[in-house]
Design a protein around this ligand. Structure first.
Ligand code: ADP
Ligand code: MG
Length: 151
């Protein structure tokens, strides 16, 4: 008899998601503390770099939000200081990362989440995380080449 296998529906997918440690957090030297939250949750940082976005690059990344009232404020903020862009890998990484991040507005974020502990406001909320498989793939490709994703 071969090894026991879990029923198909209980097998979780290994996913990759794009994470950004935002300027409010890099300014306060929180990269290591935030990375510890990811690693403690079982997310593996398989690629990472610190870059300083131009406002135009921030605008391109956040294009989906261009009609929202906070768009220009958001782009200016994201270009105000270095960010750390990273690819997180793990089982259900997209949802798991969003869980570790907490709600967009830190006032609504659960105890123990990154945004509850570190975010300054709804705008300066320390981290970005992709929200779906399609956006994760697009956002990873925005910052990383295939050669940089070694697993
Ligand atoms: P999330 O980052 O949780 O996916 P959204 O995609 O809705 O949230 O928004 C993208 C980013 O825009 C937020 O993380 C935050 O930095 C900023 N933002 C969202 N809502 C507001 C707001 N009401 N005022 C200012 N900035 C906001
Ligand atoms: Mg979002």
């Amino acid at each position: 008899m071969g090894p026991r296998r879990a029923p198909k529906e209980t097998i979780m997918a290994t996913e990759r998601t794009l994470s950004i440690i935002k300027p409010d957090a890099t300014n306060r030297n929180l990269t290591g503390k935030i990375n510890a939250k990811f690693e403690d949750a079982g997310l593996r940082i398989i690629a990472q770099k610190r870059i300083h976005l131009t406002p135009a690059q921030a605008g391109q990344f956040y294009e989906v939000h261009k009609e929202r009232p906070f768009y220009s404020e958001l782009c200016e903020f994201m270009a105000s200081a270095p960010v750390v862009v990273q690819v997180l890998e793990g089982e259900n990484a997209i949802a798991k990362n969003r869980e570790v991040m907490g709600a967009t507005n830190p006032a609504n974020a659960d105890e123990g989440t990154i945004r509850k502990e570190f975010a300054l406001s709804v705008g300066e909320n320390s981290v970005h995380g992709s929200d779906a498989p399609e956006t994760a793939a697009q956002e990873i490709a925005f910052f990383f080449s295939g050669l940089e994703l070694v697993g």
